[in-house]
Design a protein around this ligand. Structure first.
Ligand SMILES: C[S@@+](CC[C@H](N)C(=O)[O-])C[C@H]1O[C@@H](n2cnc3c(N)ncnc32)[C@H](O)[C@@H]1O
Ligand SMILES: [Zn+2]
Length: 395
């Protein structure tokens, strides 16, 4: 179990692989949106120097990831192929990158846990299907719209004024603390009638009633002057995180943000007496969270654990070695050289263990089941002889 108040600097895939299964109650993450922009914080701001890339190519992808996805979630594999046909290689790379990480998030969530994925209309359609594939379509709970007023306008389209937050749960037995919000009474601006419920308080005219929170959240975008603003590009308002955390966790629970940026999630979790773990590939995140906890909560010397190591993987990565071998063997059986899908190839010790073959990756290969059975406790010379006899191989 990881310690409370841990912030990791590193790639969240490596770090999540070192986290115990079913050890986290709530995950919120706000990954790069595939905006095709690269972000940088303004010079002179608290976050100066922070930068991250949000354009994706095949170089961002490890060759084993696609195989892992195909093996665990064949439907997701097909979905990604379709996204490539429709939208191109960059979208495919983005989805492969996100999918392997979402698979780890699903693993580390407790059975009562929830996941919130914050994105925008660029990839929301594909990300929702990705979540359906990993969590199950029946584990979808809400699509929340975060609506705001600031930002640009255009003469060519409706002004884009919302982000999307998908809310999924691991099982049907999830933590949910219903929240209330104010619903204002006042003038209906379309008809001029009084005492019609309005959904915003544009001039503070009316009285309000408390109603159950809705799936669209009016929360102001951080003004340049806002006290909580660090200058970190894409920083999200604390109020969003407060709602997520209050609703889907209890005091003492563990909250994880694997793309934590300037650690808004960690700060809100600390404020609400939850335990937290933040991960960001940029080392600035760790410095910012320490500064923010001191400045905003007055918490000094809290004992934040800043880790730069990669915890050892909790699961044997035998799946990975299979994908590396598959790639090296060009998708073929190492005996008869027939092309096979990875699921149809078996892992074999080249020198059998009964003949003192060692159990290391360099002594492994993939064989079709015929070759594997035929080779039995023999060696490769024996298998080759049998293949020649059967006419399955030319000399
Ligand atoms: C949209 S920002 C998150 C902003 C955050 N919600 C906040 O309020 O500050 C996305 C973050 O993901 C980080 N990131 C991108 N790829 C990552 C990876 N593989 N592992 C960890 N962090 C990553 C970037 O450095 C960036 O800080
Ligand atoms: Zn074979």
């Amino acid at each position: 179990m990881l310690e409370n108040r841990t912030i990791f600097t590193g790639d969240n895939l490596d770090i999540m692989r070192g986290m115990e299964s079913a050890s986290v109650d709530l995950i919120y993450f706000d990954p790069p949106f595939n905006s095709k922009h690269n972000y940088a914080a303004p010079i002179g701001s608290q976050a100066a120097g922070a930068a991250f890339k949000d354009s994706w190519t095949w170089n961002d992808i490890d060759k084993t990831w696609q195989g892992l996805i195909g093996e665990s979630y064949p439907a997701l594999h097909n979905l990604i192929e379709t996204a490539e046909l429709l939208c191109g290689k960059s979208d495919k790379a983005y989805l492969v990158y996100m999918s392997v990480r979402i698979m780890e998030m699903h693993r580390v969530l407790r059975s009562t846990g929830s996941l919130y994925l914050h994105c925008d209309p660029t990839m929301s359609h594909s990300l929702k299907l990705t979540l359906d594939a990993v969590f199950g379509a029946n584990r979808f709970v809400n699509e929340i719209s975060w609506v705001y007023k600031s930002g640009g306008a255009s003469k060519r389209w409706f002004a884009k004024k919302h982000d999307t937050i998908f809310f999924y749960t691991k099982t049907e037995h999830y933590t949910f603390n219903p929240q209330k919000e104010k619903s204002y009474m006042g003038i209906d601006y379309n008809t001029g009638n009084k005492n019609i419920k309005l959904y915003d308080d544009r001039d503070g005219l009316g009285k309000y009633t408390l109603v159950n929170s809705k799936d669209w959240w009016h929360i102001g975008m951080l003004a340049t002057s806002a006290k909580e603003r660090t200058g970190y590009p894409t920083q999200k308002p604390l109020e969003i995180l407060r709602r997520v955390i209050k609703t889907s966790s209890n005091e003492g629970d563990t909250v994880l943000d694997p793309f934590c940026g300037c650690a808004t999630t960690c700060l809100a979790a600390e404020e609400l007496k939850r335990q937290w773990i933040g991960i960001d590939i940029s080392s600035l995140a760790a410095n910012l969270i320490i500064q923010r906890l001191e400045n905003e909560l007055g918490l000094f010397g809290l004992g934040i654990h800043h880790r730069k190591d990669i915890p050892p993987p909790v699961e044997k990565r035998s799946k990975d070695i299979r994908h590396i071998l598959y790639h090296e063997q060009n998708g073929q059986c190492a005996g008869c050289k027939d092309s096979r899908p990875i699921q149809k190839l078996e892992t074999d010790h080249i020198i059998p263990q009964s003949k003192r073959g060692i159990d290391t990756d360099s002594n492994l290969q993939l064989l079709c089941s015929w070759c594997n059975r035929t080779k039995g406790n023999g060696d490769m010379a024996y298998l080759k002889k049998r293949l020649l006899e059967e006419g399955l191989m030319n000399d």
